[in-house]
Structure formats: C-alpha cells, structure tokens
Design a protein around this ligand. Structure first.
Ligand code: ARG
Length: 572
C-alpha cells in the first residue's frame, strides 16, 4: 500500500468531519521526534475562518487518533498535528508486504499510460559524450520504474543518424578511413575521419563544396552514398550495442532521425498551411511572439533552412506525430541534457498548435563535473569515452574489494563489473538529475556513505546472515508476528513502509534519486538495527520476527537497486 496517500485521505476525512472542508498537507518532518508525519490542514483553514489554528487542530487530532493506523496524534507548534504510526498496524502491513512477493507491496497505478521514453540517442560520427551517459543511465532507470508501477513503456533510441555531418563523414572515410578500425572501433574512427575532413574543408573551399555535394547526393538517395551511410550506421550501432550490453540497457526500438526523413516535407507544408509557421528571409520558422514564456527568447523555431534543408526541429515534430499516430502513445519523456531546454519548449509549443494532446515532458539533467568543477574531461582535455569509464570503474571496484573485503578470487571477476558499473550508475541516479554533480571515484566506489557498493554490501550481509544461520529465507513464514518493541526495530519497520511511496513518487516526478534516497536511509536503519538487535542469537518469536525484518530489508534493497538497473549479489 501507499502510505502517504492513505494518510492524506484519512486526514482529509478527519478534517471534513471535524472542521468542514480543507485540503490537508502531509509533511514528513526532518526530525522524527516531531512524529512520523505531520498534517498542517488546520492552518490555512484557520486563516480563512479567522480562528485560532491550535483550537481547530484539537478536534482534528482527536479524530485522527481514533484511526487504527495512528498511535498518537498531537497538536504542536502553531497548529500542526503530529502523527505517530501504530506499531501493531505497521507489523500487520509489513506482513502483507512480505506475502506479496510479486510486487513487494507496491500497487500499480490506476491509469496506466502508454509512454515513450526517448533516451540515450547519441549521434553517429560524433563522440558519445557525458550527456549521453547520463541520458542512458537515467532513461533506462525510468523505463524500469515506470514499467514496474504499471505503465506501458516504449524505449526508443532516437539516434542522430541523419545530419549535415554526413557530407564530411563520407569524404573523410573515403580518404582517411582505416577499414580495420572502422570495424573494431567505429565510434572513434568515424569521429577521427570527420575531424580530418572538417579541418581540410576549412582550409580548402573545394573540399567544403565536395562535402556539400556528397551530402546532397546522400539526401537524394544516391545508391553508393546510401550504401556507405547504411554500413557506417550499422557498425556504429554494433559498437553501441556492446556498450548497452555492459550497462544492461535495452530499447524496444531504434528509430533514429533518418526514419522520419520521408515525413519532413509534408510536416513543413502543414505548418505553413495552418499558419503555424511562416517564411522569413527564405527560411520557414515558427514564431512565438504571443507565447507568454517563449516570446522572451526571441529565437524562432526554424523548420526549413533557406537552402531547403530540414533540421533537428523538423525531425522532432515528425517524431511526435509518428509516436502519437503509429504507436498510440499518450505520453513521451525526453531524457536530454538541460542545454536543450529551449528546443523542447519550442517543440512542445509547436505541436500543441498542431493539436497534439500528448503529454510531453523534457526530463532534463545537469552536467557531470570533474574534480576541478568543470565538465568532466580526460587529462588531455578530451571527452571521456564511456567504455574507458566503465573499464576503470571495474578495475577500481576489483581493487577496493580485494583491499577491504575477503572476496574469493573466483568471485572477483564476476563481482567487479557488478560493483563497478553499478557504482557509476548509482553516482548518477542518487543525485537530483536537475543539478550538476561532481564525479569522484573515491566517493562513488566506496563501502561507506551514499554509494551503491555500500547498499550492495548491506544486501550481501543480510544474505550471509541467512547462510550462517542456515535459514532459507524463502521458507520463512511471511505472516509470522513482527515484534517492533526495540526502537531500532520500529525505526527499520517504518522505513520499510515507505518503499511504495518512494517508487511512486520517483515515477510521477521522473526523479530516480527518490528511490536511491530511500534505499540509503533503509540501509542505514538496518545497520543501526543490526548493531543493537541480535538476530541469530535471539530466540523464539523474537528471532523469527527479526529474520523477517532482515528478509524484507534484503528484498527491498534488491528490488530498489534493480529498478535503478543495479544488481545486488548474494555474496561479496
Ligand atoms: N541526438 C541528440 C543529441 O545528441 C539527442 C536526441 C534526443 N531526442 C530527441 N527526440 N530530440 O543531442
């Protein structure tokens, strides 16, 4: 069950019964001494009625105290009601969660939405930069979370496979391409060829003309250029697949920009015919002079250049229409760098004028910074390659485990990628995506603090309790009575109750860090519990109760990490 909506409903009813109408606001006080939750519904109501809020809060507290889930409801401060949950009620709810192995007590949404998640989307022949790493990790986690709460998700890799770069790429590959490198490392090799051709075209106008001519030939369907373009895209895709494999990332479709090419002329014609776009100095543009927010930027949305070429904006409009008409999508989430904010605002405003009623959201994110506070680069100042980053993570994770844990040699090889790559993902997902974050190897690959190795270790430690006690967790009775008498037991139990809220809130706001925050708080609560409450050395119903708490914690850690795309090994 979801705890917060349940309490909100309860409070709404209590307020309606005792005070008349008012929407309650439910808060979670930072200091648990102020209760588990806090209702401040009496405050706004008192203001409206011109009454003393503490007086209004008294009957509200009384009504709430009568509910079975509430242990105590007390008026506090200027007119808050502080709530403490009943241990008996919590124990029963946790039994229900323990029984529910399928969903761990996380209900499905009432209204599932067919949702496209547009993420990763690197560009062929341009380097896969740090922004694509974030998009890949965040997008994949969102797909898992949205599916888990019951939405129908279509993961689409909208790669940049059709751009003006191809004129230079084609001549670059023809002149400088190393066939072997093109097979083995196409992403790097294409970028190298592109750079060389670009430099040449800067110096020699004849080369620039040649690049333009090759691009035009490609766009007009010249068989030779088309065949070469296909091959370049296919080899790039093969290398991307290897990276996605290591990251355990999957897509339901790869519809890159090129797939929309045939739709583009008609899109522009329609925008012109409906008066949404107009010609301006030969280009076709959408203007936003009357748009409350966009008028300020004064930049039009150009959908066709003077030379007749279409742009990123045109493909994106066509993509929205295709997803609506061909996929029947009700919603699309674009997991893209925040530097593209204006592009998406203009896109959304344009398709709205076309009558598109889909829910469109730019799930934007900040930059990954290096130790110097500047965007992450190699020491030579180059962009970091994703595959190098993953190699280093694996190697560092292996070294740390060797130094700090007694990992068996034969397990090390299997664990290093799980711990290392998991740590890269978690470093990203544990931050609010809207902010920039500092990439720090020592913090992210660590058994201390808010890092995934710490969470994986907590999970493995619980698994080892079961091994040591020779208890099969699957054979535990999920309905055995939970004794929440020690403070640490009750605190842990309350954290366990929050899982469904964390998952749903993460899904609703597309903020995976809400799940990470929950897991970290849970692991810490577990560690306090484990230090003060012996498990295997206790007896009778206390022992079975504590084993059940251990099992619930392990399951939640595993499930939560799984939603973030991180494995939780049984042994570390
Ligand atoms: N390829 C683009 C880039 O690297 C990202 C594409 C995002 N998706 C979209 N539908 N615009 O910047």
């Amino acid at each position: 069950m979801r705890l917060e909506p349940y309490l909100e409903q309860l409070a709404a009813k209590a307020i309606a019964d005792s005070l008349g109408e008012a929407a309650p606001a439910l808060l979670r006080p930072a200091d648990p001494a102020h209760g588990d939750y806090q209702i401040n519904g009496a405050l706004p109501l008192a203001k409206r009625l011109g009454k003393n809020p503490r007086e209004l809060a008294a009957p509200l507290a009384e009504a709430l105290a009568a509910a079975p889930c509430i242990e105590a409801a007390e008026v506090a401060g200027p007119g808050f009601v502080n709530l403490r949950l009943s241990p008996i009620w919590i124990a029963r709810e946790l039994n229900a969660i323990a029984v529910d192995r399928e969903r761990d007590g996380v209900p499905a949404v009432d209204q599932p939405k067919k949702t496209v998640v547009d993420y990763s989307a690197p560009n062929v022949a341009k380097p896969m930069h740090v922004g694509h790493i974030r998009s890949t990790v965040i997008g994949a986690a969102l797909c898992r979370v949205l599916r888990y709460v019951g939405h129908e998700v279509i993961a689409d890799n909208h790669i940049g496979d059709w751009g003006t770069q191809f004129g230079k790429v084609l001549i670059g590959v023809r002149r400088f391409g190393d066939p072997e490198a093109l097979e083995a490392r196409p992403i790097d090799e294409l970028e190298r060829c592109y750079k060389l051709a670009h430099a040449l075209s800067e110096k020699d106008p004849a080369v620039a003309d040649e690049a333009r001519a090759e691009l035009a030939k490609l766009q007009q369907g010249d068989p030779e250029n088309l065949a070469m373009w296909r091959k370049l895209v296919a080899t790039t895709r093969a290398e991307l697949d290897r990276i996605y494999d290591r990251l355990d990332v999957e897509f339901d479709m790869w519809r890159g920009e090129s797939a929309y090419e045939p739709m583009l002329p008609a899109v522009v014609e329609r925008l012109l015919a409906e008066g949404i776009a107009r010609e301006d100095e030969g280009a076709v543009c959408v203007f936003f002079d009357d748009h409350p927010k966009l008028k300020k930027s004064k930049t039009p949305f150009i959908v066709r250049k003077r030379d007749g070429a279409f742009l990123y904006s045109t493909t994106d409009i066509a993509t929205v229409l295709w997803r609506r008409d061909e996929l029947g999508a009700e919603r699309a989430l674009y997991v893209v760098d925040k530097r593209q904010a204006l592009h998406f605002e203009q896109l959304f405003a344009t398709v709205e004028r076309l009558g598109v009623a889909m829910e469109l959201q730019h799930v934007s994110f900040g930059t990954i910074l290096g130790a110097n506070g500047k965007p992450l680069k190699t020491r030579e100042g180059d962009l970091i390659r994703l595959s190098d980053l993953l190699d280093e993570a694996q190697q560092r994770a292996g070294a740390l485990m060797q130094a700090e844990l007694e990992v068996r040699e034969e397990d090390l090889e299997e664990l290093a990628p799980i711990v290392g790559i998991g740590a890269i993902k978690y470093a990203d997902l544990s931050q609010n995506r809207n902010s920039d974050y500092r990439f720090d190897w020592d913090k992210l690959i660590s058994f201390k603090g808010n890092a995934s190795p710490y969470l994986q270790y907590a999970h493995a430690r619980i698994a080892s309790i079961f091994r040591k006690g020779e208890v099969d967790p699957d054979a535990l009775d999920p309905n055995s009575k939970l004794e929440l008498t020690e403070a640490a037991e009750l605190a842990l139990a309350k954290h366990l109750m929050r899982f469904a809220d964390a998952v749903h809130q993460a899904a609703e706001s597309a903020l995976p860090h809400l799940i990470a925050d929950h897991l970290y708080a849970l692991a810490r609560a577990f560690s306090v519990f484990f230090e003060s409450c012996p498990v295997l050395r206790s007896e009778g119903t206390t022992r079975s109760s504590r084993l059940l708490l251990c099992w619930l914690t392990a399951r939640q850690l595993r499930r939560g990490l799984g939603l973030l795309g991180i494995e939780a090994p049984e042994r570390m």
